[in-house]
Design a protein around this ligand. Structure first.
Ligand SMILES: *Cc1c(COP(=O)(O)O)cnc(C)c1O
Length: 230
């Protein structure tokens, strides 16, 4: 089932990119494997997936030693500062940086371990009360501040769009992220390259691809429904 789901998702990404005149190679599919067992992750791996997303540090740490070492693990969930140290050297990228204090902690730990952590700034594009992320108006300031820290590379922006039946409703939020990204890139800030845009989930990844996503984060569409929601 996972293999067929993946084929479908990949095909949808190709078609969305074609509609937008983009190259499908510019979109990386992250299989969001939170709550799913290593056996299912291995199935996706065998079907060619190398990028997996988790939203809990402990769960990611449990899974990493049980799975092939060429997997790139993406932290996509809200992150507490006291958990940052576990991710350094393990996660390929942290998508959910939403405060300077968190960026400072990532910087401190990365420097301590003599490495550089790639991060994205999480933007609450729809201004939802329930969501983490900085407002569009605060984004540039956080990008600048984070980029000034050692041990961090700011690679772009991430957003979680509202849950909706109709993905067209979220197009506006993907456009907001794209515009912000282009604006900030145009300011030529040292140590900032807004190459990445992480946006789009099972319900709206095709629209996100049309609007310039470079990472889409798909869980349900690959692994099926989660039995417990987190
Ligand atoms: C769970 C999750 C996803 C995947 O959601 P689906 O709707 O199952 O595709 C994507 N991004 C984040 C941040 C998530 O927490």
């Amino acid at each position: 089932m996972i293999r067929e789901n993946l084929e479908k998702v990949r095909e949808n990404i190709v078609q969305a990119c074609e509609r937008a005149g983009r190259s499908p190679e510019d979109v990386t599919l992250i299989a969001v494997s939170k709550t799913k067992p290593v056996e299912m992750i291995m199935e996706a791996y065998q079907a060619g997936v190398r990028d997996f997303g988790e939203n809990k540090v402990q769960e990611m740490m449990d899974k990493i030693p049980q799975l092939p070492s060429d997997i790139r693990w993406h932290m996509i969930g809200h992150l507490q500062r006291n958990k940052v140290k576990y991710l350094i050297g393990k996660a390929a990228m942290i998508h959910s940086v939403d405060s300077l204090r968190l960026a400072e902690e990532i910087s401190r730990e990365a420097v301590k371990q003599n490495t550089v952590m790639k991060i994205l700034i999480e933007v609450n594009a729809a201004g939802e009360e329930s969501k983490f992320g900085v407002s569009p108006a605060e984004t540039e300031a956080l990008v600048r501040a984070a980029a000034g820290l050692p041990g961090i590379r700011v690679c772009g922006l991430m957003t979680i769009a509202p849950l909706t039946e109709n993905p067209e409703n979220n197009r506006i939020f993907f456009k907001i992220l794209k515009n912000l990204s282009v604006d900030i890139e145009g300011k030529n800030i040292d140590n900032v390259h807004m190459a990445c845009m992480s946006m789009g989930m099972t319900g709206d990844y095709e629209t996100a691809c049309e609007e310039g996503a470079t990472f889409v984060r798909v869980g349900t569409g690959i692994f099926g429904e989660r039995s417990w929601q987190i």
